[in-house]
Each structure stands twice: as structure tokens, then as C-alpha cells.
Design a protein around this ligand. Structure first.
Ligand SMILES: Nc1ncnc2c1ncn2[C@@H]1O[C@H](COP(=O)(O)OP(=O)(O)OP(=O)(O)O)[C@@H](O)[C@H]1O
Ligand SMILES: [Mg+2]
Length: 274
């Protein structure tokens, strides 16, 4: 049975893409022993996933799949390249700016569906945003043991589709000092805002950008534990410059520093949800 995880948080810059990439790569390393394959799906028109892994999408994009213009096989690419490690069974379905048009197209289809329903009194045989993901990406379940979705901060028209297609959410929560400073808001509110609006089971909450020596971080971590429980909270990802630098080399921390604390923390997340 394929497990599908959406890495989601309505807030921007909390570590969604970084977490999605490391979760997918970590799962691929773990799955190699069982010859399972992992698909990393980019749902953000910014298309950061392929670039961060050092890949050139070469015209491949999720938008072609979601509009029926292209197949899964033509748009999915292998993640391995010269210099990569442990990616033999990792694959990417990249995104580009075209994804914005694809979303608009799906919304138009939904509108046509409503009109057809009203004028012809029967359900339209067109796809709307809510069902498109399941319809077009469903066949990928035969090919992969895990599908990881890197969500943009605002899912807008696709959020119901993502939650319908996914089994559970992985929610990175930024535990940094700066996000609370000056705003005069309570820690609790800030944490709750970050995990808001997620309509499916939360498989893991991942504290990111953690500077454990800071008192405020410790306080936020305690609130997180009290709110969601120890079972859901994953090992903290420390705030490290190396994490931000790795994408410039097209590598993950499993390649940059496989024995390091960041690789270890992301592997703990892998083991928690696998
Ligand atoms: N633990 C960390 N320590 C230091 N830098 C990090 C860490 N996690 C992520 N970063 C860096 O912070 C920036 C934002 O991270 P990322 O792109 O993963 O967030 P995001 O939630 O996907 O953002 P967006 O909402 O724009 O999609 C990136 O430059 C990334 O490399
Ligand atoms: Mg992102």
C-alpha cells in the first residue's frame, strides 16, 4: 500500500520544501533495501524541488499531468545525478510557473461542470480541482511505495484535492525567535496558526530552525508538546547554515553530511512515519 504524505503549512518559509526533500530522500535510502520507490511531487509553481536536488526538469511539469496534456511517465524524472548518493529509487515530478494556469484551467472545468449540471440536469463528466489529483496521480500508486507532496504556502484551489489524495500531513513548524519578536503575540497562537486548516491526520509535526539554547525556543517546544502530544512531535531540525547552502550544490544533507545531526534528525522523521 502506497503511503502519501503532504508536507504542508499555510505559513511561508517554515521549511516545507527542505523537509519534503529530506523526507523523500531519507525514505528512498530506507526503501532501497526493499527495492521500493519514492516519488517527490512539487506542487509549488516556484518549482524549488528540482533545482534544490540539482536537476533540470527539461520541460517536465505537474501541470501537464493535471490537465491531461501529458502522462505521468513523461513528466516524472529520476533524481539521481553525478555526485548524488542514495537516489537510485528517488523520482521527482517537478513544477513550474505553468502550474498556475493548470489550476485556473481546473477551476474553469469545475464551473463548466456546474453549468452542465444546471442546464442538463446531470453530472458533468469533467474534472474539478478536488478530484483531479486523485484521477491523474492515482496510477502513480502502482509505481511508488511513498509519494511526498511539497505544498506551497497557499494551496487555494487545490487544498481539498491534496487532502483527499494524501493519507496524512507532515507539518514543519518554525520555532524561531524572530517569528515571535515584536508582534506581542502569544506563543500558543503562533504555533496554532501554523498548523491551522489542515483537514487530515497529522502524522508528524517537525520543529524547524531550532536554536535549542534559546529560552523562547524551549518555551515554544513545550507548548507544542502540550498541544499535540509527544507521539506526533518529531526530532527537532536545528537552525544550520549548511541546510540553506546544500541546495546550491544540488545536494541534500544525506549527501553533504550523512553522519551529521541534520541527517540524523531527518532520519528520525523518516522512521517515525515509514
Ligand atoms: N533548519 C534550517 N536551518 C537553516 N536554514 C533552513 C532550515 N530549513 C530551511 N532552511 C532554509 O530556509 C529557507 C526556507 O526554507 P524552505 O524553502 O524549506 O521553506 P518553505 O516552507 O518551503 O518556504 P515556502 O513557503 O516559500 O515554500 C530556504 O532557504 C532553506 O534552505
Ligand atoms: Mg517551499
Amino acid at each position: 500500500m502506497t503511503k502519501i504524505f503532504a508536507v504542508a503549512n499555510r505559513k511561508g518559509g517554515v521549511g516545507k520544501t527542505t523537509t519534503a526533500i529530506h523526507l523523500a530522500h531519507g525514505l528512498a535510502i530506507k526503501e532501497a533495501k526493499r527495492s521500493g520507490r519514492v516519488l517527490l511531487l512539487d506542487l509549488d509553481p516556484q518549482g524549488d524541488v528540482a533545482a534544490a536536488l540539482g536537476l533540470d526538469p527539461g520541460g517536465r511539469c505537474l501541470s501537464y499531468v493535471l490537465t491531461g496534456q501529458g502522462g505521468l511517465r513523461e513528466n516524472i524524472m529520476p533524481a539521481a545525478h553525478d555526485g548524488s548518493r542514495g537516489r537510485e529509487n528517488l523520482y521527482v515530478l517537478p513544477a513550474s510557473d505553468e502550474l498556475k494556469q493548470a489550476k485556473a484551467f481546473l477551476q474553469q472545468q469545475a464551473a463548466i461542470g456546474v453549468v452542465m449540471q444546471q442546464t442538463m440536469g446531470r453530472a458533468a463528466e469533467v474534472l474539478d480541482p478536488d478530484t483531479a489529483l486523485e484521477y491523474y496521480l492515482g496510477p502513480a500508486k502502482d509505481l511508488f511505495s511513498y509519494i511526498i507532496i511539497d505544498c506551497p504556502p497557499s494551496l487555494d484551489s487545490l487544498d481539498r484535492a491534496v487532502y483527499r489524495f494524501s493519507d496524512a500531513a507532515i507539518v514543519p513548524v518554525k520555532l524561531d525567535y524572530m517569528s515571535t519578536r515584536g508582534a506581542g503575540r502569544h506563543t500558543q497562537n503562533i504555533l496554532q496558526e501554523q498548523a491551522e486548516g489542515i483537514d487530515i491526520r497529522i502524522a508528524a509535526i517537525v520543529p524547524t530552525f531550532v536554536q535549542s539554547q534559546l529560552k523562547l525556543t524551549q518555551q515554544m517546544a513545550r507548548v507544542l508538546m502540550d498541544t499535540y502530544g509527544r507521539r506526533v512531535i518529531s526530532t527537532s531540525i536545528p537552525n544550520r547554515v549548511a541546510i540553506a547552502e546544500a541546495p546550491a550544490h544540488g545536494l541534500t544533507m544525506f549527501e553533504m553530511d550523512p553522519e551529521g545531526e541534520v541527517a540524523e534528525a531527518y532520519m528520525a522523521l523518516v522512521n517515525k512515519v515509514a
